[in-house]
Ligand binder design. Structure first.
Ligand SMILES: [Zn+2]
Length: 204
C-alpha cells in the first residue's frame, strides 16, 4: 500500500548539516547567544523534539495495522470520537492541535479500534495542513477497510493564527472528509454528525 507521503531519510544526527547545527544558527540569527547556560543544549533538545514531532515519516500503515483486520457481520456505523492530535503546520512550522472524529460503515472488515488513533498520529506527526491531514486519515481507512463509507471531522486550533498575525486566539477551524456512503447518503452523514455532536462543543 503506498503512503500518501514520501518517507524522508533523516539527516545525520551530528555535524554541520544536522538539525541541531541549523538550530544553533537560528539562535544566532535571532540575536541570541547560543553559548549561554540556558541555550547550550537547546539545539540538541530542539532536534530531538522535532524528530519526535515528525516521527510519522518513519512509520507506515502496514506496520500500524499489522493484521488487526477482522471479518465481522457488523454493518453498523463504527465511530471513534475525540481523538486528540498534535501536528505541525507546514507553512510556519508551528503547532496545530485538536480533535478528530472518525467513522466508517463496514462492508466485510473491521479494524482494531486502537489502530485508528495510531493512524491519526502517523499523519499528524508529519508536516501538515489540516485539510490534508483530514483527507489522509479518511483515504487510508478507505484503502485498508474498503468499507461502505468513511467520515472524518477535524476540529483544530492553529498557533500560527493564535500567536501571530490576526491573533484570533479563540478561533477554531473545522475540516471534514466524507467518502462513499457518507458523501452520498444524507442519513448516514446526519447519523455521524449527531453522534459526534452529543457532547460539549469545544469551540462553542
Ligand atoms: Zn500555519
Amino acid at each position: 500500500m503506498k503512503s500518501p507521503h514520501r518517507v524522508v531519510k533523516m539527516p545525520p544526527a551530528s555535524g554541520p548539516d544536522s538539525i541541531a547545527a541549523a538550530m544553533k544558527n537560528i539562535l544566532v540569527n535571532l540575536g541570541e547567544d547560543p553559548s549561554r547556560e540556558g541555550l547550550v543544549r537547546t539545539p540538541d533538545r530542539a532536534e530531538k523534539a522535532l524528530k519526535f514531532l515528525t516521527s510519522g515519516y518513519d512509520t507506515n500503515v502496514e506496520a500500524i495495522v499489522n493484521g488487526a483486520l477482522f471479518t465481522e457481520g457488523c454493518d453498523e456505523m463504527v465511530v471513534v470520537k475525540d481523538i486528540e492530535f498534535y501536528s505541525l503546520c507546514e507553512h510556519h512550522l508551528l503547532p496545530f492541535f485538536g480533535t478528530m472524529h472518525v467513522a466508517y460503515l463496514p462492508k466485510d472488515k473491521v479494524i482494531g479500534l486502537s489502530k485508528i488513533p495510531r493512524i491519526v498520529d502517523m499523519f499528524a506527526r508529519r508536516l501538515q495542513v489540516q485539510e490534508r491531514l483530514t483527507r489522509d486519515v479518511a483515504r487510508t481507512l478507505e484503502e485498508v477497510l474498503q468499507p461502505r463509507g468513511v467520515g472524518v471531522i477535524c476540529e483544530a486550533r492553529h498557533f500560527c493564527m493564535m500567536m501571530r498575525g490576526v491573533e484570533k486566539q479563540h478561533s477554531g477551524t473545522i475540516t471534514s472528509a466524507m467518502l462513499g456512503a457518507f458523501r452520498k447518503r444524507k442519513e448516514t452523514r446526519d447519523e455521524f454528525l449527531a453522534l459526534v455532536s452529543e457532547r460539549h462543543h469545544r469551540f462553542s
